[in-house]
Design a protein around this ligand. Structure first.
Ligand code: SF4
Ligand code: SF4
Length: 435
């Protein structure tokens, strides 16, 4: 039998930096005002302050890892709103993650998740699974235009949830490895991410259109695969390290000025998670650190590194609002850049949200596993959207797009949700159509 002392010894030793984070918390409770979960539940175990102190007890071995503790630590959006408003500079998301790692080791993840994560780490298997999914999705889902509902009850899945359709053909399939332009001013590598590759290939195509209009050559390594963030957020660091090594090996071979993403979660994996996970692995640590310095959201690339070509922008007659994805804003720091791009597009009327950076409640699989709670958070975002009277919702993350699309469909709101890069590509396209 494992004693509490052994748990304490092993886990605090494994997370020395987390112990330092925990000590910084002064229990002021400022995080209550910004935590979307606390605002819905009003319970201390849902907010950062409660979680920080529970994590301390679990990691010290004062509390044994139980099913209830697993429930508490899996109920967090990792939206980082608490970290952004903490006067002591605590990073509660990192503490929650450490607790998840410990709980995954002590209590083991459900078999279905373990199998899914192993599959995510095997790109060939994952791609084959997605190809089968795309061919057979009509057997399990009822389609209506570009979305669908599950046909049969599945434990843990909400029947009314509107899901996106898997693309017939992944974005990366048959795409040239180098997308050349005449007289390039820069050369970048593109990491598409799973939602762009398998669900929203138009986002990837729009990215290439925008790069071509900006004279930027795009290298698209064909072996790229899932960034591993869903695996990491469940506490499976061993599988995430395998994924990180593979991605670092693939992208280190590209001789490029920048590594560009259209998803903050993927960007954060390269910018923050991989260097941290691989810092003690000699073969990969330096390469991961070099790559991390080259990571840009597409908006950061076009505002900070290679200024946007404004000559060929055409009019887009739309009223839009913008939802800032947590991992784009607080994750990789693209806050002003998307707004600058929106304000550059001719004809666009921008009606901002009152709380653009408030989490939409999607948080990857959180919206699947905690539908009702996730929906309460989403409803506040939908009310904010409605108050803007915008006809189109713009965001910069596939996962937020899925969540917002579900909410808008549930509330019978007609606004389409689009990725910002698609709007920019439309502007370039309109310039040519108007000639
Ligand atoms: S996590 Fe930060 S904001 Fe929350 S109670 Fe601790 S010190 Fe205060
Ligand atoms: S990461 Fe988000 S959901 Fe989790 S405790 Fe912090 S504010 Fe609340």
């Amino acid at each position: 039998m494992r004693s509490e002392g052994i748990i304490a010894m092993s886990y605090l030793k494994q997370f020395p930096e987390i112990e330092n984070e925990i000590i910084k918390c002064i229990k002021c409770g400022n995080c209550q005002a910004v935590c979307p979960l606390y605002q819905e539940t009003k319970t201390e175990d849902m907010v950062a302050r409660g979680k920080v102190h529970l994590a301390a007890a679990v990691l010290k071995g004062v509390l044994k890892p139980t099913k209830d503790l697993t429930r508490i630590f899996t109920t967090c959006l990792i939206c980082k709103a608490c970290a952004g408003s903490c006067p002591s500079g605590v990073a509660p998301d990192k503490i929650v993650l450490a607790a998840r790692v410990m709980l995954a080791k002590e209590r083991s993840l459900p078999l279905a998740k373990k199998l899914l994560f192993k599959c995510l780490a095997q790109p060939t298997l994952f791609k084959a699974g997605m190809a089968i999914g795309a061919k057979t999705q009509d057997l399990f889902f009822k389609r209506s235009e570009d979305s669908m509902n599950i046909r049969y009850p599945v434990s843990g899945l909400e029947l009314r949830r509107v899901m996106p359709v898997l693309a017939d053909k992944p974005f990366l399939l048959n795409l040239p490895a180098i997308n050349k332009v005449t007289d390039p001013r820069s050369k970048v590598a593109f990491f598409s991410g799973c939602t762009t590759n398998f669900i929203y290939p138009n986002t990837g195509q729009a990215f290439l259109t925008v790069m071509a209009h900006n004279n930027i050559e795009v290298v698209v390594p064909k072996k790229q695969h899932c960034c591993g963030t869903p695996v990491l957020l469940h506490g499976d660091t061993a599988t995430t390290m395998d994924i990180a090594k593979s991605q670092v090996a693939i992208f280190s071979q590209c001789d490029v000025d920048a590594l560009v993403t259209v998803c903050g979660t993927c960007g954060e994996a390269f910018k923050k998670h991989y260097p941290e996970l691989l810092k003690d692995v000699p073969e990969y640590s330096e390469k991961a650190a070099i790559l991390a310095k080259k990571v840009y959201d597409f908006s950061q690339l076009l505002v900070n590194l290679q200024p946007l070509n404004k000559e060929n922008l055409g009019v887009v007659n739309k009223t839009v609002t913008y939802h800032q994805p947590c991992h784009v804003g607080r994750g990789i720091g693209a806050v002003q850049e998307p707004l600058k791009i929106i304000k550059t597009i001719p004809g666009l009327k921008f009606n901002p949200l009152k709380q653009p950076n408030r989490c939409c409640g999607g948080a990857g699989s959180f919206s699947l596993t905690h539908y009702d709670l996730s929906y309460k958070i989403l409803k506040r975002k939908l009310a904010d959207i409605a108050s803007t009277t915008a006809a189109t919702v713009i965001t910069a993350c596939g996962s937020c797009r899925m969540q917002l699309s579900d909410g808008l469909a549930q509330e019978k709101m007609s606004q389409p949700v689009r990725h910002l890069v698609e709007l920019l590509a439309e502007s370039y396209q309109n310039f040519h159509d108007d000639l």
